[in-house]
Design a binder for this molecule. Structure first.
Ligand code: ZN
Length: 168
């Protein structure tokens, strides 16, 4: 199950991954990917499924089954450069039913570790770049609502609480 706002684990900075090459890690990634695709979502951070680990999965290519899946695993991602500020309409699986426009960057370069613990670098743009910013925030205990003005955030959270109450 996916942790929903205001779950406390979403606000905690996540811990480093240590079991590289472990079957448990492979299984966790598989489970997270399944949860993400079923939701459906573009990305999922480990703390969203209740595990405080610096690990996220992203598939920015996947839509409603038309595109080929392109699952990417990011362990301990760090954004080292961002370019081209954009307004982006953003949502989060931990805040279902609401979206808001945030200030993001259209191009980012990220340093991260792969499943073997090897250092990697990747440059991404568009949805993939925004997903990387969103998931990196998650791993640092941050949510996209933190990027909104106090007024916009209050309005959004009010709407969210209302939608939550009405949900079955
Ligand atoms: Zn999210």
């Amino acid at each position: 199950t996916i942790e929903k706002f205001p779950s406390k684990i979403l606000r905690k900075k996540t811990a480093p991954v240590q079991n590289f090459g472990d079957k448990a890690l492979t299984q966790l990634i598989r489970d997270m990917a399944e949860t993400m695709y079923n939701a459906p979502g573009v990305g999922l951070a480990a703390n969203q499924v209740g595990l405080s680990l610096r690990l996220a999965v992203i598939d920015a290519a996947w839509r409603d089954g038309d595109d080929k899946p392109d699952l990417r695993v990011f362990i301990d991602p760090k954004i080292i450069s961002k370019e081209e500020p954009i307004d982006f309409e953003e949502g989060c699986l931990s805040l279902p039913g609401v979206t808001a426009t945030t200030k993001r960057f259209n191009r980012v370069t990220v340093h991260y570790l792969d499943v073997r613990g090897k250092k990697q670098e990747l440059s991404a743009e568009g949805l993939h770049a925004v997903a990387l910013q969103h998931e990196t925030d998650h791993l640092n205990g941050k949510l996209y609502v933190d990027h909104l003005s106090a007024l916009k955030r209050d309005l959004l959270l009010k709407k969210y609480k209302k939608a939550k109450q009405q949900a079955p």
